[in-house]
Ligand binder design. Structure first.
Ligand code: FE2
Length: 249
């Protein structure tokens, strides 16, 4: 099944992701075997890691794409992006183009501490949407405060988009997070699925189990949107609003 991955740590030696260009290619080969035909490379932008210049990320993407076209598939694409740890400086840095959006669209991938208070999440979404950015919450299954009923809907109404990691959908049914993820998918509250792959050993692309579950429980049109169509839309038209097609809020 075709996929476009908008969240992965595939650029070498920038963060806790790939350790070398060779490992990056091995990651992309694994991903390609699972249907992934394009990725948005999203190294961490946070105080924990070195802060890279956008131009360095763009250059690495170009280099990796050339190698991927030669060694993975001639049509493989690698787009630039970042996984931005939200802070008070985020908006200013976006405006000054010091941090990257998803493939130069209006969409940005943002993350928070897992124990983030809901008030901060909500304020961040409002602040970014007021300036016409489209915040995508990275691995939405991680934030405990979103388990409370109505909160995801409130954030979506405020202009947020939800990204979920494939690997959390494919776990055991009695795992509370897996059950919550599946419930969110059945009610079509998720806009993007991604691997969040970091390496080839422990956090490699794992989409098969999720895919098997989805094919049994979700409609084909919705699966296509969250696995590649929404991603393709924002990568080809940075002004697109994928929410309009997907939810009726
Ligand atoms: Fe990540």
């Amino acid at each position: 099944m075709k996929k476009i991955d908008i969240h992965c740590h595939v650029l070498p030696k920038l963060d806790d992701g790939s350790s070398s260009l060779q490992e990056s290619i091995r990651m992309l080969k694994l991903a390609y075997r699972q249907g992934i035909q394009a990725v948005v490379a999203t190294p961490h932008y946070s105080h924990q890691f070195r802060q890279e210049e956008p131009e360095k990320i763009r250059n690495l993407c170009r280099r990796l794409e050339v190698k991927a076209k030669a060694e993975v598939n001639p049509d493989f694409r690698v787009y630039p992006g970042e996984e931005i740890f939200y802070s008070q400086e985020t908006l200013e840095m976006l405006k000054r183009q010091q941090i990257l959006t998803i493939g130069d669209s209006r969409y940005i991938l943002i993350e928070f501490m897992p124990n983030v208070p809901y008030s901060l999440l909500y304020r961040a979404v409002r602040e970014l949407t007021e300036e016409q950015y489209c915040p995508i919450l990275a691995h939405v299954e991680r934030y405990g405060v979103l388990r409370e009923q109505g909160r995801i809907d409130e954030l979506i109404k405020a202009g947020a988009y939800m990204q979920m990691n494939y690997r959390r959908i494919g776990g055991r049914w009695f795992d509370e997070t897996v059950r919550w993820c599946r419930k969110m998918l059945k009610s079509e509250r998720i806009h993007f699925l991604a691997t969040d792959m970091h390496n080839t050993k422990s956090r490699y692309p794992q989409t098969q189990e999720a895919e098997a579950w989805m094919l049994k429980h979700l409609g084909r049109a919705y699966i296509e949107k969250i696995t590649w169509k929404n991603a393709e839309k924002i990568l080809t038209d940075g002004q697109a609003d994928v929410r309009r097609d997907i939810l009726h809020y």
